[in-house]
Ligand binder design. Structure first.
Ligand code: AHR
Length: 631
């Protein structure tokens, strides 16, 4: 039975009215993107395809993650012109990041920088079981290398390996004479076959989200614990084997193998735009570079960085990019000055921002400049403290599920006269203090958090005239013990497998199905939910329409633990008779993990609807998008 709006109201059903007679607001084409930094072994042991850990012996201690092949093997460390090297007799073993993935028929490319005495066959590489008893692939390095030489060799795993496993890389050398290594790298197939590229399964998950941009390189990773540990972009470009690497503030070594150019190529592989955060003189130890003369070299460094990204071959840094292998400039439109500078209690940010912003605008007037404080509610200075107004302000919100749901209406009443908003980090983090949870709790969000995330997204979508961009954080987590530094993260993985959390699917649902114009809505008779202290509505929604295809995307978030029938009333338009609904649902504690990756995942239903009024039944604890077409 189809209820007329009046009848639906009188029965007390929730009513959602889509009012096409009123103008909506344009939906920002950049609304949904991704944020990334080196945290939770996001790149090292994650997205970045390197499989050897401590490949250039720059970790602490230098031989960390390397073992002698057996008791009679000998390994000595030395440093030559500041570059670590190790001398080996017998053999060495590396187990990568919680194991090296070994798959039937897979191809691996090893690259080494080494030297061996005359007449000595330098080494044989093999991929083998953890105890070395089974060898899955093996290849000798034959060349004679009396000088330091870069060699590469392919290893191909035999086809009859029944299931993927994790194992180790063993390098066997002469026992009588020393072979020395400066660099040992191992990659398997990468996304788009990029040399020095990214892991395929993780890229597939990211690409499926259809992100419009990638905010990088941080986050705290941009700032570093100290000046020496900031993201110093110039040391992240050039030959990979010569990058020194640096310590991530999250407590482990970054090889910088995923450096500035690789970040940019990653955006290209996702068909997303770069949102480049430049170091702005504040580090996590609370120190800052004084605005003025002292800050000038850092401002120049940022201008050089931008030139590397968008300069043509006639410019110094543009030509460096061309030399590094990328002829075309990247499509950079947004530059962010620093990260969370509201934590700089000295109050220096407005002056630092002004200095960067003026220099950037003078040289690149078309770039949009983002400040990291200045919004209505978020940390530190107000934008009115700046002498030049940012184009966007980056606000970060990590909140409990309840508080995140409560923020669904936050932007309804935001100041439309100030800068636009970039919600550059945000996530619903469950119930209670996420840091207080035992290490064994899920590293990725559950369905309860996905519902809260979705509720918040309805608010950003409805207010996309002011909220131009948003990205969940953190994006990635290696779920092995010790892999995680942040409590709640979107996508989990180990060496072999990966999975999207319920929040991942909520993000994907929202970003895959969004129009270019909002449709004003009204919700009436919705049930109420309470946490004992306060009350919130029991339905969240946003509706957008694509002008060209006329597709109407109705987002419906049901936080109630029971079915909810919603009467949809359409004013000023007719909808076609067929609709598709894509839903994720599950009890609030439901989550995915490495061995149950699809427990919560989207499913589709088809339904017949009427042009002006129809009912839709939402499963308990669910996030849905109903796709219909304007006639
Ligand atoms: O996303 C994790 C961290 O949260 C980011 O590095 C930082 O910007 C924020 O405090």
């Amino acid at each position: 039975m189809i209820l007329t709006p009046l009848l639906a109201m009188s029965l007390g059903a929730t009513t959602l009215t889509l009012d096409f007679t009123k103008p909506g607001v344009p939906v920002s084409p950049m609304l949904y993107g991704l944020m990334t930094e080196e945290i939770n072994y996001s790149y090292e042991g994650g997205l970045y395809g390197e499989l050897v850990r401590n490949r250039a012996f720059g970790d602490h201690p230098s031989l960390a993650h390397w073992e002698k092949l057996d008791d009679s093997s000998e390994v000595a460390y030395a440093s030559e012109e500041g570059r670590p090297r190790i001398g080996v007799r017998g053999g060495i073993v590396n187990r990568g990041y919680w194991g090296i993935p070994i798959r039937a028929g897979a191809r691996y490319q090893a690259r080494l920088s080494l030297v061996a005495p005359k007449g000595v066959q330098p080494a044989t590489l093999s991929l083998e079981s953890n105890d070395g008893s089974t060898v899955y692939a093996s290849a000798p390095l034959k060349a004679e290398t009396r000088e330091w030489q870069d060699l590469s060799v392919e290893l191909i795993v035999r086809k009859n390996l029944p299931a993927p496993i994790t194992g180790r890389l063993a390098i066997r050398t002469s026992r009588d004479q020393e072979t020395s290594f400066r660099y040992v790298s191992l990659f398997t197939e990468t996304y788009n076959d990029r040399p020095n590229g990214n892991r395929k399964d993780l890229m597939d998950l990211l690409v499926a989200m259809k992100p419009k941009f990638l905010r990088f390189p941080g986050g705290n990773y941009l700032e570093g614990n100290s000046l020496a540990e900031r993201f110093d972009w110039k040391s992240t470009i050039g030959p990979v084997s010569q990058r020194r690497g640096h310590r991530s503030p999250w407590g482990y070594l970054s090889t910088d193998g995923l450096g500035l150019l690789e970040f940019l190529e990653w955006t290209e592989d996702m068909n997303a735009k770069p949102v480049l955060a430049v170091f702005a003189g504040y580090t996590l130890n609370g120190k800052h570079i004084a605005p003025g003369k002292e800050l000038e070299p850092y401002v120049s460094d940022a201008l050089d960085e931008i030139e590397y990204v968008i300069g043509d071959a006639t410019t110094k840094w543009g030509s460096q990019r061309v030399k590094d292998g990328h002829a075309a400039p990247f499509d950079l439109q947004y530059v962010e000055i620093g990260n969370e500078d509201g934590f700089d209690r000295s109050g220096s940010y407005p002056a630092r921002f002004d200095q960067f912003c003026k220099a950037i605008r003078e040289r690149y007037p078309n770039l949009k400049v983002i400040s990291t404080t200045g919004g209505k509610d978020f940390l530190g200075a107000r934008y009115k403290d700046f002498s030049v107004a940012p184009d966007l302000v980056d606000e970060h919100y990590y909140a409990s599920d309840w508080d995140m749901m409560a923020m669904a209406t936050k932007y309804d009443s935001y100041d439309r006269q100030g800068p636009k908003i970039f919600v550059g980090e945000w996530a619903a983090q469950g119930v209670g203090n996420p840091w207080g949870r035992p290490g064994s709790s899920s590293p990725t969000p559950n369905m309860g958090s996905a519902i809260a995330d979705a509720a918040f997204m309805t608010g950003m979508e409805r207010n996309s005239d002011i909220v131009l961009m948003s990205c969940y954080a953190p994006l990635l987590v290696n779920v092995n013990p010790g892999g995680r530094q942040w409590p709640v993260n979107l996508i989990g993985y180990d060496a072999l497998k990966s999975f999207g959390s319920p929040s991942y699917y909520a993000q994907k649902l929202f970003s895959n199905h969004v129009g270019d114009q909002t449709v004003p809505i009204e919700i009436s008779n919705a049930p109420e939910q309470t946490n004992g202290k306060s009350k919130l509505p029991g339905l969240f929604s946003s509706v957008t329409v694509k002008k060209k295809s006329k597709e109407v995307a109705i987002k419906l978030v049901n936080p109630m633990h029971e079915f909810q029938v919603v009467s949809v009333v359409v004013k000023g338009q007719r909808l076609g008779s067929e609709a598709k609904m894509i839903t994720i649902s599950g009890v609030p504690s439901a989550t995915n993990n490495i061995s149950a990756s699809q427990r919560v995942s989207p499913y589709e239903t088809r339904l017949a609807i009427l042009p002006h009024s129809f009912k839709v039944t939402l499963p308990p604890d669910s996030v849905s998008v109903l796709l219909a077409r304007k006639q």
